[in-house]
Design a protein around this ligand. Structure first.
Ligand code: SF4
Length: 257
């Protein structure tokens, strides 16, 4: 699993943002010594050579559109490389676990997915069985809802920010970056896909990790940051600290929530 090409992560759709669903798990994998590759299918072609050589392929499905596209992509993956372990991760992996496992997926990871995804990769490398807390075809499991020890997202090698949604304001267009200061939500609105997964819980991403990610995106050209938290005001003290840190470090960088 530590050879280049062994691990491939694919993002399908993240509302026009450079995908955090790639950058965040890539950060965990890189920190643990796994040279994983990430491809954003919304912005670039998936090289068939990447698919054919991979032993583990993860597909990020943070929203419904991404899952629909991911299922179609997974059919092509299966045709090229039927032996790769195919894992769907993110919010809609849990919500559609029965369907995914009955059709295309070998495993699904919902909730705070990065550490379980890393554990899954490590179990393959060690030749161990799949960790108990993961859901596979023969084994049921609930979404993983524990606080993680976060790594700074890894964005090297992803398509440039200029290929993604920009901010149009006051006659100028500037590149924008996307981060999340928290995941899940304190509220339990019945129409919301977060409720059945997080059940009224939310988890903060440490301020130093979020600010380091913002810093690297400003270095990449971002002049605006979108906070994509389900509810930015779930933890007002936490998010205020990050907003102040952003403004202190980059007074001209704007943000939206
Ligand atoms: S994210 Fe919004 S819609 Fe969903 S539970 Fe929280 S407040 Fe409700």
């Amino acid at each position: 699993m530590k050879q280049p090409g062994d691990i491939l992560l694919i993002s399908c759709y993240e509302l026009g943002h450079q995908p955090l669903g790639l950058a965040s798990p890539l950060g965990f994998l890189k920190a643990a010594g796994y040279p994983a590759a990430g491809i954003d299918a919304a912005a670039e072609k998936i090289p068939s050579s990447f698919v054919s050589s991979a032993k583990f392929i993860g597909i990020a499905v943070p929203m419904h559109t991404a899952m629909c596209i991911g299922v179609e992509i997974s059919k092509h993956i299966r045709a090229i490389n039927p032996d790769a372990h195919l894992c769907f991760y993110g919010l809609y992996a849990s919500l559609n676990a029965d369907y995914l496992l009955a059709s295309v997926a070998d495993s699904v990871i919902g909730g705070e997915y990065e550490q379980p995804l890393l554990s899954l990769v490590q179990s393959f490398e060690a030749g161990d069985s799949v960790p108990q807390r993961l859901r596979t075809r023969p084994h049921a499991a609930t979404p993983f809802l524990k606080r993680l020890s976060f790594a700074v997202p890894y964005r090297n090698g992803l398509p440039r920010l200029t290929q993604y949604a920009h901010l149009d304001a006051e006659g100028t267009t500037v590149p924008a970056g996307y981060v999340e200061a928290s995941r899940g939500c304190l509220h339990t609105c019945l129409h919301c896909p977060i409720t059945p997964v997080y059940k009224g819980r939310f988890f903060v991403v440490p301020a130093d990790v979020v600010l380091a990610d913002i810093c690297q995106m400003v270095d990449m050209g971002a002049q605006h940051i979108t906070f994509g938290d389900p509810d930015f005001l779930n933890g007002p003290g936490h998010t205020l600290e990050i907003a102040r840190g952003l403004h202190s470090a980059f007074p001209k960088v704007t943000f939206d929530i």
